[in-house]
Design a protein around this ligand. Structure first.
Ligand code: C5P
Length: 240
């Protein structure tokens, strides 16, 4: 089980394996060998390569964040989480919008070895999207409503945007695992990410894990890019 207070508050980098094939994913892991200790397997790679993608990460001695954003009836989500746990997955995402029963079923199935992470409102959604789905109020209010509902159902981790992390840390306390994607080192290309923050900023705001994809995978020297982000995080940790 991964806890928010693990590592004395030191944040960890999770490298997104957003690659089209297992060979491409293995190539990136080879370039980061001896450095990266945590990888995210998402819909693209899992659809292409299946459980072999998880096994390849484990063969590299690293931990796995399986980001499939499960959302189905409680029994089906519980069964999928059981399968993920069987593969040795460390972090596994569900959509909190599936409701309290689905969240509780996922947490129960995950046991101690796998930590369930809840997704609140995708950053691609705005108030217009929420209204089209019958949800009133602001995105921030909906994020908090789902976070608290998930917490009450036993979900101890969240995927959150850089803009939400500070508020969620205050709301949920030190135990929460807060995983933040979309970070960009100072001076890096933002790509299609619109509301980015630097690694140092999100760590200061309370992140426990940063998901970093293209700033590492598309760098000329991925190992150097990884080290630079690690250094930026370490400097924050040393000052706190
Ligand atoms: O390449 P980049 O660093 O933008 O990759 C970020 C990763 O985090 C991708 O796998 C993306 O799907 C994921 N993600 C995101 N923004 C969110 C949620 C997830 O970028 N709001």
């Amino acid at each position: 089980m991964i806890h928010g207070t693990e590592g004395g508050g030191k944040a960890e980098i999770i490298v997104a394996l957003d690659e089209p094939s297992l060979d491409d994913a293995r190539r990136l892991m080879d370039r980061l060998k001896g450095r990266a200790r945590f990888y995210k397997v998402g819909l693209q790679l899992f659809t292409a390569a299946g459980p072999a993608a998880v096994e390849a990460v484990k063969a590299h001695g690293a931990r796995v964040f399986l980001d499939l954003k499960l959302h189905d009836i409680p029994n089906t989500v519980a069964s999928a989480v059981r399968s993920a746990r069987g593969l040795g997955v460390d972090l596994c995402t569900i959509h909190l919008g599936g409701g309290p029963e689905m969240c509780a079923a996922a947490v129960e199935s995950a046991g101690d070895a796998t930590t369930i992470l809840g997704v609140t409102v995708l950053t691609s959604s705005d108030e217009t999207t929420l209204r089209a789905c019958g949800v009133g109020g602001t995105v921030a209010a909906q994020v908090e409503r789902l976070a608290v509902m998930g917490w009450q159902a036993g979900v101890r981790g969240l995927v959150a945007s850089a803009l939400e992390v500070q508020r969620l840390r205050g709301l949920l306390g030190p135990e929460a695992v807060l995983v933040i994607p979309g970070v960009r080192p100072a001076g890096a290309d933002a790509g299609d990410q619109k509301r980015t923050a630097t690694p140092a900023e999100v760590v200061r705001r309370g992140a426990t894990h940063l998901v970093v994809g293209r700033p590492i995978s598309r760098a000329e020297d991925p190992a150097a890019a990884y080290e630079a982000i690690g250094q930026e995080i370490a400097e924050v940790d040393n000052k706190t």
